[in-house]
Design a protein around this ligand. Structure first.
Ligand SMILES: [Zn+2]
Length: 211
């Protein structure tokens, strides 16, 4: 049987939504054949946490590894999509513990996916985020990657970054800015390939689920 592929990445485009206080995404012509250039070449400018992206430990821990050091064995492999879209905000330890057995990578589909579908949205600060107590469950279960359908896994306005810290200290890759609107709960294979930018805190990624 032919596999089905689900592209769960947000489109990168001028005017796309960006987390507050992060650089805007811009893509503009650098050289155009229509203007006498030998080829068409564009120039992009963006933050390292733009659209669908991964966070490296260096994002919050000075001196920790950058994005180029993330293990392929974490970024690629069997992955469970857990649907918490009907849950109260935010979802909690009990809901996750009931669904996490045997999963080494977990993506949380929340109510956000309805709102960020295909990238047509304005940043909304009341996005569903992950509580630190859920991060602890993931550490206890030796999960290697966690993803969510919001531009940050942390609650907006949280004091400190407790969810990020718990995950990054445990070496868990954080994948943010997913669009899970076309995906239902279940087990898939994830391919998540962040750009190999050296010595930085995060990088945009193409993320695809295969069934
Ligand atoms: Zn990030």
């Amino acid at each position: 049987m032919q596999p089905t592929y689900f592209d769960i990445s947000l489109p990168l485009t001028n005017g796309m939504p960006i987390y507050p206080r992060n650089p805007k995404f811009t893509c503009a012509p650098h050289q155009r054949m229509a203007d006498g250039g030998t080829s068409n070449v564009s120039r992009i400018e963006m933050g390292t946490h733009t659209g669908t992206h991964v966070d490296a430990p260096l994002h919050l821990l000075d001196g920790a590894p950058g994005v180029e050091s993330l293990a392929m064995s974490s970024l690629i492999g069997p992955t469970r999509v857990i649907d918490v879209a009907n849950s109260a905000v935010p979802f909690n330890r009990d809901q996750v513990e009931a669904q996490i057995a045997g999963a080494s990578r977990v993506l949380f589909k929340t109510r956000n996916s309805e709102r960020i579908q295909h990238g047509n949205f304005e940043f909304f600060p009341d996005y569903v985020a992950m509580d630190p107590e859920v991060a602890e469950v993931l550490v206890e279960h030796a999960v290697v990657l966690v993803g969510i359908d919001s531009l940050s896994i942390e609650r907006y306005g949280a004091v400190g970054r407790p969810t990020h810290e718990t995950l990054l200290r445990a070496g868990i890759v954080i994948l943010e800015g997913l669009d899970l609107s076309e995906v239902t709960a279940g087990d898939y294979t994830l391919m998540c390939l962040p750009l190999r930018i050296v010595g930085v805190d995060g990088a945009p990624a193409r993320a695809v689920l295969m069934k």
